[in-house]
Structures are given as C-alpha cells and as structure tokens.
Design a protein. Structure first.
Length: 340
C-alpha cells in the first residue's frame, strides 16, 4: 500500500442471518473499522450482507436491521465472518445448510479467510469447512456441537482458534478477542493494541473459556493468584519456578496450581509461556535487538528456545516475524493456534 494505485483495503464481509445477536454483529465493524495506515486510510473495508437481496434482517432483540448488500458481496471479500444467530433452523437442528444459505456461501472465493463468532461455527461446519480442523464455540454448546459434527476437533477451553484460513471463536465477547487477533495477524501488535485501547478492552485476555464455566464460588478467605501474576510479569527475563510464584501467595505448589487454573483457565506454565511469547513479539516489532538479547529479555534464555516457542505459538520463526512486522506486512501462519 505504498501508492494510490496499490492501495486496497482488506475487505471483511459480515454475513447477517435472521435471529442474529446485534452485539456480535457489531463486533467486526467496531474492531476492523478502526485501523488506519500512516496516511490515515482505512486498512479494512467492512460490509454487511444477507443471504437475500438488500432488506431487513431479524435480530433476537425487538428490532430488525436493514442490510444494504445481498450475498453477491461475498465474492468480493478477503475475509468472511459469520456471527451467531438464534434462528439457524436446519443448520442448528440437523447440521445441514438451507438452500438459501448454501447458495450464498457459493459466492465465497477459494482461499477466502473464514471466521465465526460463537454459534456461527455451525454454519462453517455444515458447509464442510471444518472437517478435520480444530474449532471452538461457546462452552455451553460445545458438547452438542461435537456430537453433531464428529469430524471437527472441538476445543471448548480456548477463547478462539486460528487454523490459518479458518478461525473460530467462543461465545459473545470472545468475538472481540478473535477480531483483535486477526488485526494483529494482519498488521501487527501495535495496530491491534491501539484498536484495543480506543475500544477500551484488553489487547489479550488471560486464560480461556474454562474460567467462565460455572463452578462453586471459592472461599473468599482464600487469596487469589493476582499478585503472583503481577510479580511474574515484572520478572519475565528471569528464571521463574512454580514454587516462586506459589510463595508470592503463601500457598503450597499444589494449592497454587489448582487455584491458578481455576482463575486463569490454564496452568501457570502455559500462562508464563504465553506472556513470554507476547514479550518477544513486542521486542521483535519495536526494537532491533539481536535475537539472543530478545530471547534473554523475554525469558527464553536462548535464541533456539525462543525460536521453538514462537514457531509453536505463531507458526513462524522470530526472524520471519520481525521481517514481516518491522516492514508493516502481515504474517500468514500455517497450523493452528488455540488462544487461551
């Protein structure tokens, strides 16, 4: 996007289905509508379409929304997002697309990135786009979804899963996490963080859906693990043992590990690795420090260790990540990333 001739924003088409949730419909517009390039031009072009010609689409609230585009706009999209709907009919009850929905999805070009928010995943699964792939949805719907689509590898613990050209998110507000992740993937951490800041949401949420599943309320007399997490974040560059974190809360390692997983939805080790990956990403994007120094500053110790962790988490090497995001491009990650 260095000249007027080369400038073309990434087009995101949001498929509005009857019974949609207005909050989820608005998430892509809010997140993708904010990013700008250095010249103030929009990085994304967001359009909403229906499976029918332009007109009203019913919501689960006491109002409808008027959609100005029909399904043909899907043929122009670089990314198609399917928010949740409470009126998916045969899709939700039988796992099959209606003729109308199938005809609409036929407009989507091969190679187009697909994403779903909450139960919008049923549409992608019914279309056969998730066979053999990992996917997630709202934790309360995960078991039913898995029974209906046994070829899909369902993970009910994560907030979203990036499997390259197909991404899925957990329920409702996890759509924010997913859309911010796509901005980060396309244009880097700095752009995504600015969108998060003006949207007044965290750039990353710790843990996965496990922290939102109903459990008995813990004894309020017991300490939380918040202080240990803050302590660890200030020392990511140092070796941190599980017992060190437990000592910050005056707990045994066993008790601390259990409480940490209850609160964050992941183990302390998984959480610590995630924070170090994010520190490394920030340093790779914002500094020219040598790889060995980035590895030490982010707590991986060696460049080889950092390379292994970033390859696992992001699907790219530190060198490739820096080359991409220090020049303003986007990383296309092979494999899948399930973010907790």
């Amino acid at each position: 996007m260095t000249s007027a001739e080369e400038y073309r924003p990434h087009r995101v088409a949001v498929l509005a289905l009857d019974g949609l949730l207005p909050f989820e419909l608005g998430i892509p517009h809010r997140i993708f509508g904010r990013p700008r390039d250095a010249r103030g031009r929009r990085l994304y072009d967001v359009v909403t379409c229906s499976v029918r010609p332009p007109g009203p689409v019913e919501t689960d609230a006491d109002f409808a929304v008027h959609v100005s585009h029909g399904p043909e706009v899907l043929a122009t999209a670089d990314t198609v997002i399917v928010p949740a709907s409470y009126e998916l009919g045969p899709v939700y009850e039988e796992g099959r697309l209606t003729d109308e929905l199938a005809a609409a999805l036929a407009h989507v070009r091969p190679g187009t990135r697909l994403a779903s928010i909450c139960t919008g995943v049923y549409v992608l699964a019914a279309a056969g786009r998730l066979d053999g792939r990992p996917a997630t949805t709202h934790w309360a719907d995960a078991e039913r979804f898995q029974r209906m689509f046994p070829k899909v590898r369902v993970d009910a613990d994560v907030l979203f899963i990036d499997d390259g050209e197909v991404l899925t998110s957990a329920g409702v507000a996890a759509g924010l996490d997913l859309c911010l992740h796509m901005v980060r993937r396309d244009f880097g951490t700095a752009v995504a963080n600015e969108v998060a800041r003006v949207t007044v949401v965290p750039p990353h949420r710790d843990g996965g859906q496990a922290q939102y599943i109903h459990r008995p309320v813990p004894d309020p007399q017991l300490a939380t693990t918040t202080a240990a997490r803050a302590w660890a974040l200030a020392r990511l560059h140092e070796p941190i043992q599980l017992r060190d974190m437990a000592e910050q809360e005056a707990m045994s390692v066993r008790t601390f590990t259990r409480r940490f997983r209850e609160e964050a939805g992941v183990s302390p080790g998984q959480w610590l690795t995630r924070q170090r990956v994010e520190r490394a990403r920030h340093l790779l994007e914002s500094t020219d420090l040598p790889m060995d120094r980035v590895a030490r500053e982010s707590g991986f110790g060696t460049a080889q260790s950092m390379r292994q962790h970033l390859q696992t988490a992001l699907g790219v090497t530190p060198t490739a990540y820096r080359r991409t995001f220090r020049t303003g491009g986007g990383v296309q990650r092979p494999g899948h990333v399930g973010v907790r």
